[in-house]
Design a protein around this ligand. Structure first.
Ligand SMILES: Cc1cc2nc3c(=O)[nH]c(=O)nc-3n(C[C@H](O)[C@H](O)[C@H](O)COP(=O)(O)OP(=O)(O)OC[C@H]3O[C@@H](n4cnc5c(N)ncnc54)[C@H](O)[C@@H]3O)c2cc1C
Length: 391
């Protein structure tokens, strides 16, 4: 298993890091406090081509491989989880159209999504439906050459400002996917404020009341709405969030190393107290473990490997738990200062908790990983080979 970055990837990684440090991190506290992401920031990210990260060059995208896409998410996640969330959901919608869309959808949407001229959002969750997303209550009814959508989508990241929504609804008793444009009669967006974390991600509720869309706006064929479109998008979303968590863990570690060097208690810097060293060591080890798991998942994704989905679940599970624990430790090391908005670790702590809920909660990852391992075992696969990639 080769995890060494190529020279080109290293160069790109440094550019991501520099952009995140100079252009995003200084503003992250403001987005959090104001619960807004200004258009200028979205344009700045779009100007780097990052909103077209997963799209091929022939439609104006960057054509990043999965490793590079992961490294981008790591650096954005290190600076601001709300900006990383933009990349996550926008990439999920872009990917869905590229993978499952018809010719007209690809022509209309891929170039403008790649350039960030239009923003995409992902509408799966509902007020009564979260982890059990397959049992959604939103409905689509075919009427002539149209579908009529009715229902409510909740917690839609960047739903407040998106131009196009990938909406999932029950059609003839089966989940199906549709593109709904902002401004469509029957679609209303209601901002959701007061969230614990990723407060700059402009989350909204979407109300669909007799929202009529043309039949050509359906994405993916019959029977592919959930198992195809939704699950493949979630696979990409989990990968993006997992890498974002590596960045978040890294930010917690860097902030804690700096603070424990300058804060003196009992006549010595905090870093010289062994119990603080234990916290730092745990943060270091967990962040490194998460990074290795993400790299591995990325390599498997690139190979379209039979274990790519499973190892992405593992990476998301481990990285989000690691980020959450690292953020708790970071606040602990900062003491009362860690509880104030004067230091970024209080934001990291709130953002990290969100990571254990989105794109499938920690419990759902645990359930899915165990179920998948059982399946592999029953099918006679050598788990040591699959997990370790040996043989
Ligand atoms: C900031 C933010 C942004 C979001 N953005 C989006 C978005 O862009 N698009 C979108 O569609 N959704 C979005 N979501 C919603 C998110 O995907 C859901 O919150 C998530 O799927 C969990 O669903 P739920 O909150 O309804 O929890 P529930 O499903 O009600 O679960 C509640 C608790 O029960 C546990 N649980 C549920 N089932 C089981 C089980 N079988 N075994 C063990 N434990 C279980 C869960 O782990 C959780 O701890 C967002 C959420 C947040 C907080």
């Amino acid at each position: 298993m080769e995890m060494q970055l190529s020279e080109a990837q290293k160069e790109q990684y440094h550019l991501f890091r520099q952009f995140a440090d100079e252009e995003i991190a200084p503003y992250a506290a403001r987005f959090d406090a104001e619960e807004q992401m200004p258009r200028e920031m979205i344009q700045k990210v779009a100007g780097q081509g990052f909103l077209g990260a997963v799209l091929p060059k022939d439609v104006g995208g960057m054509g990043y491989d999965m490793t590079l896409f992961g490294l981008l998410n790591e650096q954005l996640g290190r600076a601001c989880s709300s900006v990383r969330s933009l990349i996550t959901v926008h990439s999920m919608v872009s990917f869905a159209i590229k993978r499952w869309g018809n010719k007209g959808q690809k022509t209309a949407w891929l170039p403008v999504l790649a350039k960030g001229e239009k923003i995409g959002a992902f509408g799966l969750s509902e007020p009564n439906v979260g982890s059990d997303a397959r049992n959604m209550e939103t409905t689509a009814t075919k009427k002539g050459e149209s579908y009529v959508l009715n229902g409510v989508k909740k917690w839609t990241t960047f739903g407040e400002i998106a131009d196009v929504y990938l909406i999932f609804a029950m059609l003839d008793g089966q989940p199906a996917a549709f593109l709904v444009e902002r401004g469509q009669p029957g679609l209303e967006t209601k901002p959701i404020r007061g969230l614990l974390g990723t407060r700059g991600s402009m989350v909204a509720e979407l109300q669909l009341k007799d929202c009529v869309i043309p039949v050509i706006n359906r994405v993916g064929g019959r029977g592919f709405g959930f198992a195809g479109v939704a699950l493949s998008c979630l696979n990409l979303g989990r990968y993006s969030v997992a890498w974002g968590c590596v960045g978040l863990g890294q930010a917690c570690l860097e902030a804690s190393l700096a603070y424990s060097q300058q804060r003196v208690q009992f006549g010595v810097p905090l870093k010289d107290h062994q119990l603080i060293q234990q916290l730092l060591t745990n943060m270091y080890t967990q962040t490194k473990s998460a990074r290795l798991l993400c790299h591995h998942a990325g390599l498997l994704q690139e190979q379209d490997h039979v274990c790519a989905v499973q190892e992405t679940l593992v990476a998301k599970y481990a990285a989000s738990v690691a980020a959450s624990q690292s953020a708790t430790n970071a606040v602990q090391i900062h003491g009362a200062n860690g509880c104030s908005s004067d230091y970024p670790v209080s934001r990291y702590h709130r953002d990290a908790k969100i990571m254990e809920i989105i794109e499938g909660s920690t419990q759902m990852q645990q359930v899915m990983i165990a179920e998948h391992a059982h399946q592999m075992f029953k099918m006679g696969h050598r788990l040591d080979e699959l997990i370790g990639q040996r043989g």
